[in-house]
Write a protein that binds this ligand. Sequence first.
Ligand SMILES: Cc1cc2nc3c(=O)[nH]c(=O)nc-3n(C[C@H](O)[C@H](O)[C@H](O)COP(=O)(O)O)c2cc1C
Length: 216
Amino acid sequence: MKPQAKPLSSIHAALDWRYAVREFSPEKLSTQAVETLIDAARKSASSYGLQPYKMILVESDAVRRDLLPHSFGQEKVLDSSHLVVFAADTAIDDQTVDRYVEQYLKVRGGSYEDIAGYASHIKQSLASKSPAGKREWAHQQAYIALGTLLTAAAVLQIDSCPMTGFDRQAYDQVLGLTERGLESSSIVALGHRSARDHSAGLAKVRFDYEDVVIRM
Ligand SMILES: Cc1cc2nc3c(=O)[nH]c(=O)nc-3n(C[C@H](O)[C@H](O)[C@H](O)COP(=O)(O)O)c2cc1C
């Protein structure tokens, strides 16, 4: 059995090893490996640090079976070891900032007055966005967390497949996200690649360094 949560020796080795898995093996990840990974994604960067999203670890096979018909035929929603749903906050308002400020003071100490000016600046910045702009902003933050999770998974040698090929509204309904003030953003299947997954041996298709990097 493959060792779990064993870091590869370099970031390039990890990223070259990673690919979007098409077929998972039935082998389960350990709870510890999954928790380590989710906790790594929790440390993702976000705009103003506001973290306007949740990660939903779907452990129930019954729920995953209910999600499958809304997953555009992507069996890995059920066949992978674990499924994570990234969901963006739907209400982006002063409370988004107040919640962060409360946590900030809990973690760093100090008084509200120290951070009041910054909090007011963030509130103004958010208030200036349209409803669609706020929604987009929240999903952007959730996507950064998705990226963090994918990179962390690669380092931990946990296989993954990010997906947006699913019916968001149906997912929201099955998972009861609307009542929680959330809407689904992306999903990630986690586990170990199947030996039958031919995608594992394919060369990575990426634009050349010179085509991607602009120097000024
Ligand atoms: C936001 C996002 C959505 C994706 N949606 C799907 C998906 O629904 N199904 C799937 O099999 N792969 C999906 N992928 C995987 C991409 O197809 C894959 O990352 C890309 O082809 C590059 O290949 P590689 O990751 O194997 O290097 C998605 C990737 C991202 C970042």
